[in-house]
Design a protein around this ligand. Structure first.
Ligand SMILES: [Zn+2]
Length: 385
């Protein structure tokens, strides 16, 4: 049996208090003691330390019928985080405060060469750093359309980005002096849902649908990463080994049938359009009454639902959060996906709630903020709500 040392206990208590201030701010010391169950003296010590380290500020004074007036505590917004969302086509670099509010955001085209991309990122991060003045930059969080190997933290699997195995973290840390955290985009969306949207479920799956399909899995309140960091690649499970070639090298993967690209392919196959369309164009055409566009989207929706059966049968989640441009047209997608999933729920199984999130890339970016802050706020591998 292992007994926790006093430092470990102090560290856990500190994280609990910091996280309570984050989720319940503004909050008084007395309420912190009441909610946490910790002694008033312990709370006072921890709060003093957090104020000295500039994590927490004292704000307004409350009013009580009698006795001392409590001072409310809140997080210090002068602690900031740089968030980077790398996507196959474009990359966003943004600055956020500890509460996940973005104060600046810029978009660049994603260079096809990872070396060029990293050097452009370094330039932009350094410019942001220079603009921060007295604010303290906590670190850089990066969301990637791929998987990062545990341990080495090298990008090892990013078929839609087409970057080969590459160290993104090392050069950025060296050039900026900041800590860099990398995470798969769908996992980043899980963190955003739990941290900033306060989704209470401990068993959920995020499905991101864009050029490919990503999934992030929360099981019993923990992010499932697997042995090598590859957990969640449902998008590359082949549904039809004779199907179209996938960017991963296999044939007939789920994402070949159910991604935005798949819908565009269905449309081009059924019409005499010469191409040059993007997914938003396709949604617009469907809304304008183009029946072939509507059919292409419907086919994509059927395949999305069929693929989600794997997730439902394998993980039994309470909810499935769907993120991507398709949520703008949820009246088309939602009912088809729901029916496909419902059709296949096993006896004794529960149909998960299907939740579309309209986000315009915000979930990934907020996830990068949570990723950086997790070190200070989390209690180990558990994702805190
Ligand atoms: Zn594949």
């Amino acid at each position: 049996m292992q007994v926790a040392s006093s430092e470990v206990v102090r560290d856990i208590n500190r994280r609990v208090v910091l996280n309570l201030i984050r989720t319940k701010q503004p909050i008084s010391r007395a309420d912190l003691a009441r909610v946490s169950g910790l002694q008033r003296s312990t709370i006072s010590l921890i709060v003093e330390e957090l104020i000295q380290e500039h994590w927490v500020l004292e704000g307004a004074t409350g009013r009580l019928p009698r006795g001392r007036r409590p001072t409310f505590l809140h997080l210090n917004n002068d602690r900031v985080i740089i968030g980077v969302d790398i996507r196959p086509v474009q990359t966003t670099v943004a600055l956020a405060d500890v509460n996940g509010r973005f104060t600046s955001q810029e978009i660049m085209a994603t260079p096809p060469d990872p070396k060029a991309a990293v050097s452009e990122l370094i330039g932009r991060i350094q410019r942001l750093l220079n603009s921060c003045g007295k604010k303290k930059v906590e670190g850089v969080g990066i969301s990637l359309p791929g998987r990062v190997e545990r341990g080495s933290e090298r990008l090892v699997f990013a078929p839609n980005l087409k970057w080969t195995e590459f160290d993104i973290r090392g050069p950025i840390e060296k050039a900026t002096g900041l800590d860099v955290e990398l995470e798969n985009a769908a996992n980043a969306c899980v963190l955003a849902a739990v941290w900033f949207d306060h989704v209470q479920s401990r068993n959920l799956v995020v499905v991101t649908v864009s050029e490919g399909i990503g999934t992030g899995i929360l099981v019993n309140g923990q992010l499932a990463r697997g042995l090598s960091g590859m957990a969640g690649e449902f998008g590359h499970v082949p549904l039809d080994p004779k199907g179209p070639l996938c960017s991963c090298g296999s044939r007939g993967c789920w994402e070949v049938f159910a991604s935005n690209r798949a819908a565009l392919r269905y449309y081009l196959e059924s019409s005499d359009s010469s191409g040059g369309l993007n997914f938003q164009d396709l949604i617009r055409l469907a809304e304008q009454g183009d029946s072939r566009a509507a059919e292409a989207l419907e086919t994509m929706a059927h395949y999305l639902g069929r693929g989600m059966r794997m997730i439902v049968a394998g993980l039994d989640p309470e909810l499935i959060i769907v993120i991507g441009d398709l949520t703008r047209s949820w009246h088309r997608f939602g009912p088809v996906i729901q029916a496909e999933v419902q059709d296949q729920v096993l006896p004794g199984g529960v149909v998960p709630r299907l939740v579309p999130v309209h986000e315009d890339g915000l979930a990934r970016l907020r996830g990068t903020v949570a990723l950086v802050l997790q070190k200070h706020f989390g209690t180990g591998s558990e994702v805190l709500a």
